[in-house]
Design a protein around this ligand. Structure first.
Ligand code: ARG
Length: 268
């Protein structure tokens, strides 16, 4: 899992609008520091043996570095994201890139945060709804990508995307912040039969769960020593990186990569 990733770059990353509670147009990222952060993330993927594809960002799309919201992909099919109006201009670039690479591209009929709200866990798709994803997307995702969709709701806009509240470590292990999910979702998650790792509110707020795991190496924010220790205890290699500039846009490591793993997990 997460062996092939689509990234963009941070060349045009700015806080031009406020569409999540972390964004403040009065607090702009430092351009050089952001480029360095993003380069370090890409270098970590390459060092972990992951394939990294690249789509250049464009000046009119200041959030394009967060490629995770552009779509969710499984085995040659991609369901495009349908983001808030401020980010709509990004989608055609991804649509074209995916189509040119031979993906069958499906448009989302309702609001949809792409992989930000759709985390693959084996044949399950942990799917956030109620913030940036319309509940009506759940059956669409199940049908188009042949996943068993597991609906999860975060409590408020601090967790505007599920990838801030939940992190998939491998097909049998999921990390999550109990304070970020509603009671029904906690019951759902605890009933899945996967091993769960609890992450504190404090570390989750520092984007600890916005991680990328390939089942061997976990690339994550360095500001979360307790989760890092829990993962190391399980035999995983943990690479901690600084994400203070990307955090000004309300994003972290997971947000900057769209997973492309082409192999279907299940026969269609
Ligand atoms: N500023 C971006 C937005 O609000 C951040 C997106 C982060 N992506 C994610 N998958 N959580 O849309």
């Amino acid at each position: 899992m997460n062996s092939e990733l689509l990234v963009s770059d941070a060349s045009h990353f700015r806080v031009d609008y406020e569409i999540n509670p972390y964004m403040d147009t009065a607090v702009q990222p430092d351009a050089e520091a952001t480029l360095a952060e993003h380069r370090a993330i890409v270098a970590a993927h390459l060092a972990a043996g992951r394939t990294v594809e690249y789509l250049p960002s464009v000046p009119q799309c200041p959030d394009m570095v967060f490629t995770a919201n552009a779509a969710v992909v499984r085995g040659g099919r991609a369901v495009l994201g349908c983001p808030p109006p401020q980010r709509k201009a990004e989608i055609p670039y991804f649509q074209e890139w995916l189509a040119n690479r031979g993906f069958e591209v499906v448009e989302a009929p309702y609001a949809f945060s792409g992989q930000g709200d759709a985390l693959a866990c084996g044949d399950l798709l942990l799917t956030g709804h109620g913030q940036r994803t319309d509940e009506r997307m759940l059956p669409v995702l199940a049908r188009e990508l042949d996943y068993e969709v597991v609906p999860l709701r975060t409590l408020n806009s601090r967790w505007y995307d599920l990838d801030l509240a939940v992190g998939v470590i491998d097909a049998d292990t999921v990390a999550y912040c109990p304070q970020a999910l509603d009671a029904t979702s906690l019951r759902t998650l605890r009933g899945l039969g996967v091993e769960l790792i609890e992450v504190s509110l404090e570390e989750a707020t520092r984007f600890a769960l916005n991680l990328i795991s390939d089942g061997t190496t976990v690339t994550m924010a360095q500001a979360a020593p307790r989760l890092a220790a829990a993962l190391r205890d399980r035999g995983l290699k943990v690479v901690g990186l600084g994400t203070s500039e990307l955090a000004k846009g309300g994003g972290g490591i997971r947000c900057t990569a769209l997973t492309l793993d082409r192999a279907p997990a299940k026969q269609r």
